[in-house]
Write a protein that binds this ligand. Structure first.
Ligand SMILES: [Zn+2]
Length: 213
């Protein structure tokens, strides 16, 4: 699998370009900003974008999705449970004290991602794992063949997602992590929505937020 993860935008959201080496088909996860860089990475590997997947509808993860769709024709997929947040895209930066230019077109949901739904093709054989808590529509992507988890803002290296914004629920978040993520193989590479990578085993053993659940 081709994987390039790089931070985009003011809040340095980790955007991932994932590609199947054989078919040269790709998905992009969390195109929050910096669409030219995303297009350059796709171009460098000769990849055709098939799907834009958003782990949750916070502006730093979704704000570039419509532009990327416009330029590539790829549909936008996320959980319908985050539609209320997507509709408030231009208000969201104010919630965290930021001023960011408004997007002209709010992201439209082309494909509602359900729990257990398959995404990608070939080596890029991913499954949707719904993990509500950071937002009601938060989801992770689990790639069993490569033991890779794209975790959005649910689980970080040494941390968990904030739950003080509209739609957040701390007990639900901890339950999602415990019930849906901690049972994955311990060597699973976790790519969080912000910051460095980690593993399921490392977080299970030492993440301070997970020691009492
Ligand atoms: Zn978020």
């Amino acid at each position: 699998m081709i994987r390039e993860t790089f931070p985009v935008g003011l809040l340095q959201c980790n955007c991932s370009v994932l590609g199947d080496e054989a078919s040269k088909e790709a998905i992009v996860v969390d195109p929050g900003d910096d669409i030219p860089r995303i297009l350059a990475v796709l171009g460098k590997h000769g990849l055709t974008l098939k799907q834009i997947i958003v782990t949750h509808a916070h502006f730093d993860h979704i704000a570039g999705a419509e532009e990327l769709k416009h330029l590539t024709g790829a549909p936008i997929a996320f959980s319908q449970a985050d539609m209320p947040l997507a509709a408030m895209l231009n208000e969201q930066p104010g919630w965290v004290g930021l001023r960011i230019a408004a997007v002209e077109q709010l992201p439209k949901l082309d494909l509602d991602l359900r729990d257990g739904q398959r995404v990608g093709t070939g080596e890029l054989d991913g499954l949707v794992v719904l993990t509500p808590g950071h937002t009601q529509g938060s989801l992770c992507l689990w790639f069993p063949k490569t033991e890779l988890l794209i975790a959005g803002d649910t689980l970080f290296a040494g941390g968990i997602g904030r739950t003080d914004l509209p739609g957040g629920d701390s007990r639900q978040l901890l339950r999602s992590i415990k019930d849906r993520l901690l049972g994955l193989p311990e060597q699973t590479l976790v790519v969080p929505g912000h910051g460095g990578v980690t593993s399921i085993g490392a977080e299970r053993d030492s993440n301070p937020f997970l020691q009492t659940i």
